[in-house]
Design a binder for this molecule. Structure first.
Ligand SMILES: [Zn+2]
Length: 493
């Protein structure tokens, strides 16, 4: 029997504002769509947290025995600089800045995105569609919405008519906004505006002659609006109504509200049963921002090459740190918090590595079956990973007492304990056991010490050809060396 038949899962649904019991549309199957990145820059740590949260959710559904189709898109066109359908396309702007093709920008940052998520041990989604690969589908939806009377054409662009839609639907039901309030809080339209109302949003934008990313359409050359791609790709791969739609909290309005409006206008159906939103990551108590320097990239954490943290941290420790907070809570990253997570991670892995050596007996002090259900109860309560991790440490406490001969465990329970711990740590939380690589790292440390010595001798003799060769070839192997006041250290990417 599949596990999901025994476990009742509750999900905080942004649409209803409460924890709803999860009932899939098709028994044993889950359809989940998550808004992916706009690939115009290196992936942010905050975005990594969002995708990691949905990776954990994906993993838990799989663990319960569901067949999951997880669709996470790549936005490679149509995302303008601001939400009011104005400004340049983010990718085209970067391409102009670097004097390369927009698709080179897309390729570069898609590769960075995949590499970073792989370091954090995220599973690839089932389908990863791109906006530019679904222009025809997007044009079809626009035609449909126009035909139903919820959109209008103006000067080669097509806009969604929010006021018309709101007459027989509820625009704002996801974000809890009222259209009347939105109208009083926005600026008046000027004579140059093509929109009938400021709340209307673009389904299709006419491409000006200098705009490089353009496609032919019944309304002339242009490009699709950002909100539309998610409606097109989720409908194509998951159907007109599917189980779960996720994304960062910042996408709730206007992006997800517009997705609901587009889908309801074209199909007449509510597109999603459970809307899920992951919260943001702050750094030292403040919002992360490139412009204020309160920002750190994943690679800088792993290499230790930054001004914020005292030392490098491994991807597994960072992932463990992220999993220690509930996905709907704001999480603050700091050196102290990462140090505490590293200690916790090491304790957990040591306990896991020592289970096999535990002596077994007959007197039972640890009720593994009850403990195991508590782990499931935590995850069934809206994927409560901090409570799950507290339960994992409850097991660590008992493992340590058994090691000290203060408690006892049966052979059968020992096997069950190991299996359950591994399932939750590796399969559900996606945390890798990097302590297994310890033996290799001793050899590496020895070799690196030798190379650093040779390099320092070369530098002392002003033989920079040799010292640079050592440094450059190590970089090519993914090893960074850093000269500090306490000598030379290295880190492996
Ligand atoms: Zn989206």
């Amino acid at each position: 029997m599949q596990l999901y038949k025994e476990q009742t899962l509750r999900i905080h649904n942004s649409l209803t504002g409460k924890k709803d019991v999860f009932q899939p549309i098709n028994e044993g199957h889950v359809g989940m769509y998550v808004c992916g990145p706009t690939v115009y820059s290196n992936v942010h740590l905050g975005n990594c947290r969002t995708f990691m949260s949905f990776d954990m959710i994906f993993r838990y559904f799989k663990h319960l025995g569901y067949k999951v189709r997880y669709v996470r898109n790549i936005t490679d066109a149509g995302h303008l600089e601001n939400d009011a359908d104005e400004g340049e396309d983010k990718i085209a702007k970067k391409a102009k800045l670097e004097q390369i093709e927009p698709m080179e920008v897309v390729q570069r940052y898609t590769v960075d995105f995949h590499n970073t998520l792989q370091l954090f041990n995220l599973l690839p989604p089932s389908i990863e569609p791109t906006a530019t690969g679904h222009i025809i589908e997007q044009i079809e939806i626009i035609k449909d919405i126009l035909e139903k009377g919820y959109a209008y054409e103006a000067n080669g662009s097509v806009y969604f008519d929010v006021i018309k839609f709101n007459k027989d639907h509820d625009y704002g039901k996801l974000s809890g906004r009222k259209l009347e309030d939105m109208i009083t809080n926005t600026r008046e339209l000027t004579a140059q505006d093509e929109k009938r109302n400021p709340q209307d949003f673009a389904l299709w934008k006419k491409a000006e002659p200098q705009h490089i990313m353009r496609w032919p359409s019944p309304w002339g050359d242009g490009f699709p609006g950002w909100h539309l791609e998610c409606t097109a790709m989720s409908t194509k791969y998951l159907g007109e109504t599917f189980d779960i739609h996720g994304g960062g909290m910042d996408l709730k309005f206007p992006h997800h509200e517009c997705e609901i409006a587009q889908a309801e206008a074209s199909t007449g159906k509510s597109p999603v049963n459970y809307w899920m939103h992951a919260n943001m990551l702050t750094l030292n108590g403040r919002k992360m921002s490139k412009s204020t320097d309160n920002n750190i990239y994943p690679a800088e954490i792993f290499s230790g090459d930054n001004n914020i943290l005292s030392k490098p941290y491994t991807p597994a420790v960072v992932r463990f740190f992220m999993m220690q907070a509930h996905y709907t809570s704001i999480l603050d990253l700091s050196d102290e918090a990462l140090q505490a997570s590293e200690k916790g991670y090491n304790r957990l892995m040591e306990a896991l590595d020592s289970i096999d050596k535990l002596k077994t007996g007959t007197k039972l002090d640890f009720d593994v079956a009850t403990w195991k259900q508590k782990c499931y109860d935590a995850m069934n309560d809206d994927f409560n990973t901090p409570i799950l991790i507290a339960q994992l440490f409850e097991a660590v406490k008992h493992i340590n007492l058994i090691k000290e001969d203060k408690e006892s465990i049966s052979n059968e329970d020992k096997a069950e304990l190991k299996k359950t711990l591994q399932a939750f740590i590796y399969d559900v939380l996606g945390i890798e056991n990097q302590s297994m690589a310890k033996d290799d790292s001793n050899t590496l440390n020895g070799v690196m010490e030798l190379l650093i010595d040779i390099r320092n001798e070369a530098r002392a003799k002003k033989d920079f050809a040799t010292s640079d060769k050592i440094r450059d070839q190590l970089v090519a192997l993914g090893i960074q060396i850093k000269d500090g006041k306490d000598g030379t250290t290295f880190s492996v990417n």
